[in-house]
Design a protein around this ligand. Structure first.
Ligand SMILES: [Zn+2]
Length: 159
Protein backbone atom coordinates (compact mmCIF):
# COMPACT_ATOMS: atom_id res chain seq x y z
CA UNK A 1 0.00 0.00 0.00
CA UNK A 2 1.36 3.43 -0.91
CA UNK A 3 0.45 6.82 0.54
CA UNK A 4 -0.24 10.28 -0.83
CA UNK A 5 1.65 13.36 0.38
CA UNK A 6 -0.99 13.94 3.06
CA UNK A 7 -0.28 10.55 4.65
CA UNK A 8 -3.50 8.87 3.43
CA UNK A 9 -3.79 5.62 1.56
CA UNK A 10 -3.28 6.07 -2.17
CA UNK A 11 -5.22 4.09 -4.76
CA UNK A 12 -3.14 2.41 -7.43
CA UNK A 13 -2.58 4.59 -10.49
CA UNK A 14 -3.50 7.86 -8.70
CA UNK A 15 -1.37 11.01 -8.26
CA UNK A 16 0.23 11.29 -4.82
CA UNK A 17 -0.14 15.10 -4.90
CA UNK A 18 -3.70 14.98 -6.24
CA UNK A 19 -4.99 11.64 -4.90
CA UNK A 20 -8.46 12.05 -6.40
CA UNK A 21 -7.01 12.12 -9.93
CA UNK A 22 -6.64 8.73 -11.54
CA UNK A 23 -3.28 9.44 -13.16
CA UNK A 24 0.19 8.62 -11.89
CA UNK A 25 2.38 11.41 -10.56
CA UNK A 26 2.94 13.93 -12.14
CA UNK A 27 -0.70 14.06 -13.22
CA UNK A 28 -2.06 16.55 -15.76
CA UNK A 29 -3.00 18.88 -12.89
CA UNK A 30 0.60 18.71 -11.56
CA UNK A 31 1.88 19.55 -15.06
CA UNK A 32 -0.50 22.43 -15.65
CA UNK A 33 0.31 23.78 -12.18
CA UNK A 34 4.05 23.72 -12.90
CA UNK A 35 3.45 25.35 -16.30
CA UNK A 36 1.41 28.06 -14.57
CA UNK A 37 4.20 28.69 -12.05
CA UNK A 38 6.78 29.05 -14.78
CA UNK A 39 4.53 31.46 -16.71
CA UNK A 40 3.98 33.42 -13.53
CA UNK A 41 7.75 33.69 -13.03
CA UNK A 42 8.18 34.87 -16.63
CA UNK A 43 5.45 37.48 -16.14
CA UNK A 44 7.02 38.71 -12.92
CA UNK A 45 10.33 39.04 -14.73
CA UNK A 46 8.73 40.95 -17.60
CA UNK A 47 6.88 43.29 -15.23
CA UNK A 48 10.14 44.00 -13.41
CA UNK A 49 11.91 44.79 -16.67
CA UNK A 50 9.06 47.10 -17.73
CA UNK A 51 9.21 48.82 -14.34
CA UNK A 52 12.94 49.40 -14.83
CA UNK A 53 12.31 50.84 -18.30
CA UNK A 54 9.61 53.07 -16.87
CA UNK A 55 11.89 54.29 -14.08
CA UNK A 56 14.59 55.12 -16.63
CA UNK A 57 12.10 56.94 -18.84
CA UNK A 58 10.79 58.90 -15.87
CA UNK A 59 14.30 59.88 -14.87
CA UNK A 60 15.03 60.98 -18.45
CA UNK A 61 11.80 63.00 -18.54
CA UNK A 62 12.80 64.61 -15.23
CA UNK A 63 16.18 65.63 -16.64
CA UNK A 64 14.49 67.03 -19.77
CA UNK A 65 12.08 68.98 -17.58
CA UNK A 66 14.98 70.40 -15.57
CA UNK A 67 16.79 71.34 -18.79
CA UNK A 68 13.64 72.96 -20.15
CA UNK A 69 13.16 74.92 -16.93
CA UNK A 70 16.76 76.15 -17.14
CA UNK A 71 16.47 77.20 -20.79
CA UNK A 72 13.12 78.86 -20.12
CA UNK A 73 14.60 80.81 -17.18
CA UNK A 74 17.51 81.94 -19.35
CA UNK A 75 15.13 83.01 -22.11
CA UNK A 76 12.94 84.91 -19.63
CA UNK A 77 16.00 86.62 -18.20
CA UNK A 78 17.12 87.58 -21.69
CA UNK A 79 13.67 88.93 -22.59
CA UNK A 80 13.57 90.85 -19.31
CA UNK A 81 17.01 92.33 -19.90
CA UNK A 82 16.14 93.16 -23.49
CA UNK A 83 12.86 94.80 -22.51
CA UNK A 84 14.43 96.82 -19.70
CA UNK A 85 17.42 97.92 -21.76
CA UNK A 86 15.85 98.47 -25.15
CA UNK A 87 17.22 102.00 -25.45
CA UNK A 88 20.74 100.97 -24.50
CA UNK A 89 20.69 97.95 -26.84
CA UNK A 90 19.40 100.09 -29.71
CA UNK A 91 22.16 102.62 -29.02
CA UNK A 92 24.87 99.92 -28.98
CA UNK A 93 23.49 98.40 -32.20
CA UNK A 94 23.57 101.83 -33.88
CA UNK A 95 27.02 102.78 -32.56
CA UNK A 96 28.67 99.48 -33.46
CA UNK A 97 27.05 99.03 -36.86
CA UNK A 98 30.25 100.04 -38.66
CA UNK A 99 32.42 97.69 -36.59
CA UNK A 100 34.31 95.32 -38.85
CA UNK A 101 33.77 92.15 -36.88
CA UNK A 102 30.78 89.84 -37.16
CA UNK A 103 29.19 88.39 -34.08
CA UNK A 104 26.64 89.22 -31.49
CA UNK A 105 26.03 92.68 -30.17
CA UNK A 106 28.12 92.00 -27.04
CA UNK A 107 31.23 91.08 -29.06
CA UNK A 108 30.70 94.10 -31.31
CA UNK A 109 30.37 96.33 -28.26
CA UNK A 110 33.63 95.01 -26.72
CA UNK A 111 35.40 95.66 -30.01
CA UNK A 112 33.88 99.13 -30.20
CA UNK A 113 35.11 99.88 -26.65
CA UNK A 114 38.65 98.71 -27.47
CA UNK A 115 38.73 101.01 -30.50
CA UNK A 116 37.30 103.91 -28.51
CA UNK A 117 39.86 103.28 -25.78
CA UNK A 118 42.77 103.70 -28.21
CA UNK A 119 41.19 106.83 -29.72
CA UNK A 120 40.78 108.33 -26.26
CA UNK A 121 44.41 107.55 -25.40
CA UNK A 122 45.56 109.29 -28.58
CA UNK A 123 43.38 112.28 -27.71
CA UNK A 124 44.90 112.33 -24.21
CA UNK A 125 48.41 112.45 -25.65
CA UNK A 126 47.33 115.31 -27.95
CA UNK A 127 46.09 117.21 -24.91
CA UNK A 128 49.40 116.65 -23.15
CA UNK A 129 51.15 118.13 -26.18
CA UNK A 130 48.82 121.13 -26.23
CA UNK A 131 49.47 121.85 -22.57
CA UNK A 132 51.61 124.87 -21.91
CA UNK A 133 53.41 123.19 -19.03
CA UNK A 134 55.38 121.18 -21.62
CA UNK A 135 57.34 124.25 -22.70
CA UNK A 136 60.37 122.76 -21.00
CA UNK A 137 60.41 119.67 -23.25
CA UNK A 138 62.99 119.24 -25.94
CA UNK A 139 62.03 118.90 -29.61
CA UNK A 140 63.03 115.23 -29.44
CA UNK A 141 60.70 114.58 -26.49
CA UNK A 142 57.81 116.35 -28.18
CA UNK A 143 58.47 114.34 -31.32
CA UNK A 144 58.32 111.09 -29.32
CA UNK A 145 54.99 112.10 -27.76
CA UNK A 146 53.59 112.90 -31.21
CA UNK A 147 54.74 109.50 -32.48
CA UNK A 148 52.92 107.83 -29.56
CA UNK A 149 49.71 109.71 -30.37
CA UNK A 150 49.95 108.76 -34.03
CA UNK A 151 50.67 105.14 -33.23
CA UNK A 152 47.59 104.95 -30.97
CA UNK A 153 45.44 106.57 -33.64
CA UNK A 154 46.74 104.13 -36.25
CA UNK A 155 46.06 101.17 -33.96
CA UNK A 156 42.50 102.38 -33.49
CA UNK A 157 42.03 102.79 -37.25
CA UNK A 158 43.43 99.35 -37.97
CA UNK A 159 41.01 97.65 -35.59
ZN1 LIG B 1 -0.89 15.59 -9.52
Amino acid sequence: MSFDIYGNNLQRGHCEVHPNIAEEYPCSLCQSHSQFQSQEADTTCEVQSLQNDLAQSNSYIDSLRAELAKVTAERDEYIKFHTENLTLIAWIARETVSVKIDGNIKARFHFYLAKRDLEQQAKGVDEVLACRELDGLSQGEIHTIMLIANRLRKQAEEL
